[in-house]
Design a protein around this ligand. Structure first.
Ligand SMILES: C[S@@+](CC[C@H](N)C(=O)[O-])C[C@H]1O[C@@H](n2cnc3c(N)ncnc32)[C@H](O)[C@@H]1O
Length: 212
């Protein structure tokens, strides 16, 4: 497994300072990043939010794959990681770095006039969130995803499955090519309309937090 030295040093330093928030001593492997990205359809412009990008290993791959007209919102609590993400994506206007809690997602979408996300990808340590915070974040996540979209998580345990009851279906796999191995779970939100396109980038929808 190859990891850029600067990235792994920054990651390890942030882990030492905030072990429970960062929850891992090295970034996701290239194989895990590819596998998570393969769960998304990039054949058309997408709105994607990422919770806990860390040093940006998944963000770079998502940005590389997503077509023009897409938007990627990165929610990272750690100020050092956020500063570094700002630097990495300074020349990519599709990518927005929010140095804050993932729970700010509805306000950030509303502020930008974005109705829904097609995909939300999460690397935050959900298993150690307190139950009330976990429930609230799951509910906000479900509400922010467009019909036909999905919430994709990679976690050491698969305990979130029992909490994410708002979603219509969940598919999990145990992925060994990472240290440590991870469960990748895709929570699907049913598409109530005909067809399979996600409406997130279409402008005529009601923004999250507003009523029609
Ligand atoms: C296990 S690391 C994952 C980093 C990266 N996604 C990867 O796969 O290598 C978890 C990251 O989530 C961030 N984080 C934890 N709780 C968060 C929250 N509530 N909102 C936003 N970021 C959070 C941490 O600061 C850390 O960067």
């Amino acid at each position: 497994m190859t990891i850029p030295t600067f990235m792994s040093v920054l990651f390890f330093k942030r882990f030492l300072q905030r072990p429970f928030q960062v929850a891992s001593i090295i970034p996701s492997s290239k194989a895990l990043v590819g596998r998570v990205a393969s769960k998304m359809d990039f054949s058309q412009p997408r709105v994607i939010a990422e919770y806990g990008p860390g040093e940006g290993v998944h963000s770079r791959e998502i940005a590389r794959r997503m077509p023009a007209g897409s938007q990627l919102l990165l929610f990272e609590l750690d100020p050092d990681f956020s500063r570094d993400l700002e630097r990495q994506f300074a020349n990519d206007p599709r990518v927005h770095v929010i140095n804050g809690d993932a729970a700010q997602l509805p306000q950030e979408l509303q502020r930008r006039g974005i109705p829904f996300c097609d995909y939300i990808v999460s690397g935050i340590p959900f298993s150690i969130l307190d139950p009330a915070k976990k429930r609230a974040l799951l509910l906000k996540t479900h509400e922010a995803i467009a019909p036909g979209g999905s919430f994709i998580i990679y976690q050491v345990t698969n305990e979130l499955r029992q909490h994410a009851t708002h979603f219509d279906r969940a598919d999990s796999e145990y992925f060994l090519q990472n240290i440590p191995p991870m469960f990748i779970t895709v929570f699907h939100k049913a598409n109530t309309r005909n067809g399979h396109s996600h409406p997130a980038v279409q402008p005529a929808r009601v923004p999250v937090g507003q009523t029609a």
